[in-house]
Design a protein around this ligand. Structure first.
Ligand SMILES: NC(=O)c1ccc[n+]([C@@H]2O[C@H](COP(=O)([O-])OP(=O)(O)OC[C@H]3O[C@@H](n4cnc5c(N)ncnc54)[C@H](OP(=O)(O)O)[C@@H]3O)[C@@H](O)[C@H]2O)c1
Length: 361
């Protein structure tokens, strides 16, 4: 086992391009209840960058190793008296540092220690790209559709940023469950792709009026359930488009990213529509869900996601692999318009677990 390893560290709160640097750190030693993981692949989510900017739901102590969401790797060592895992086992680690309880360190490093209660065993059939993105977005899609909104077969679900990774997973899950989707995208180019993926209806805000189109599609009954990750005026329109008694779950605020004017960080809701049509606007945050769910139930939900992926109900788009040294390019890509699939940091030789050569960039 090497004594030192590479880690991508942010010295202080700031713009990731300015504060991140590659560092050599000692390989950590697992304590009781922990495993040492050799990381194979880990994604760059926009939320990882917001953590570094100090603009997420929690702020870690700095300096901090980046990547506060998820990774896949192999167990290299176990802490004293630690059972339930074997050396060499392939696992997904879910980092939920914002809440008390089981903990996983930043994932943008070659080795990390993780509480074994946050590790899900995954088979070799699942590629590294899929495995390292299994926890956050697919689990969010599953929880939003089946728990938060309990959408029933035949019902409409309205969603924004339908071309996002979460949005695509929601389309696939809804198709499987017989739920009809109305998908909002901002770019004309995305329309055909969303339809090909199984989206029942697509509204392009570049060309169409959201309220008018939802009324045309859903008819006088309207849409009773929606999920929104754009916020701002688009989120407001989604709440307006709801039928009386309808509910929208807000789980992201893409239109507020990089905004600093407090007025740009809002969802300007219509008080009259909320009151007289008794609508509900509610938030969802996976970190908080982990904080209010037992580790056993969380692993159970994750294993449900693992089965949906194994059964090819959910297909996680193949990520774009980068070595850690190319972090500046990877990080810029993570938030670029029309960036496509997730940039991933990959370790070792850049090969996927199934042996296929990942794209080296
Ligand atoms: N609350 C939670 O626990 C939770 C969990 C998971 C994800 N999320 C949130 O879910 C959202 C999607 O995440 P992801 O990883 O799936 O994203 P992603 O794969 O990186 O995709 C981002 C998508 O958002 C679209 N977009 C970006 N800015 C937009 C804007 N201002 N208006 C409309 N569309 C915009 C992009 O459209 P283009 O293709 O046109 O560029 C792209 O399709 C993020 O806000 C993320 O933080 C929240």
């Amino acid at each position: 086992m090497p004594e030192s390893m590479r880690a991508l560290v942010a010295d202080k709160v700031g713009e990731p391009a300015d504060v991140l640097r590659l560092e050599s750190r000692p390989v950590p030693t697992p304590a009781a209840g922990q495993a040492l993981i050799r990381v194979k692949a880990t994604p760059i989510h926009a939320s990882d960058l917001h953590v570094i900017r100090g603009r997420y739901g929690f702020t870690p102590e700095f300096p901090t190793v980046g990547g506060h969401m998820e990774c896949v790797g192999r167990v290299e060592a176990l802490g004293p008296d630690t059972e339930g895992l074997t050396i060499g086992e392939r696992v997904v680690a879910v980092a939920v540092p914002a809440v008390p309880g089981p903990h996983v360190a930043g994932t943008w490093q070659e080795h990390l220690v993780a509480d074994t209660r946050r590790l899900l065993s995954v088979s070799g059939d699942l590629s590294d790209s899929s495995a390292c993105q299994l926890a956050v977005n697919p689990l969010t899609a599953l929880l939003l559709v089946t728990r938060e909104l309990d959408v029933q077969p035949g019902e409409w679900l309205l969603q924004t940023a339908a071309g996002s990774t979460v949005g695509r997973l929601i389309i696939q899950l809804c198709g499987h469950l017989g739920i009809r989707t109305i998908n909002v995208v901002r770019r004309r180019d995305a329309v055909a792709e969303i339809k090909a993926l199984g989206g029942d209806e697509v509204i392009c805000t570049e060309d169409e009026d959201l309220l008018q189109r939802v009324a045309e599609i859903a008819g006088p009954g309207g849409v009773r359930k929606a999920v929104d990750c754009v916020a701002g005026p688009v989120g407001a329109q989604v709440s307006q488009a709801l039928a009386p008694g309808g509910k929208v779950v807000v789980y992201g605020a893409l239109s507020t990213h990089r905004q600093t004017d407090p007025a740009a960080l809002t969802i300007p809701l219509s008080a009259r529509s909320l009151i007289y049509e008794t609508k509900t606007v509610r938030g969802f945050w996976l970190n908080r869900w982990f904080g209010t769910t037992s580790a056993e139930d969380a692993l159970h939900a994750l294993s449900e996601v693992r089965s949906l992926v194994a059964d090819e109900v959910l297909t996680i788009p193949q990520g774009q692999p980068f070595p850690l040294e190319r972090f500046a390019v990877a990080i810029a890509l993570a938030e670029a318009p029309a960036h496509g699939t997730k940039p991933l940091f990959v370790f070792d030789d850049g090969r996927d677990n199934d042996g296929s050569q990942g794209v080296r960039r």
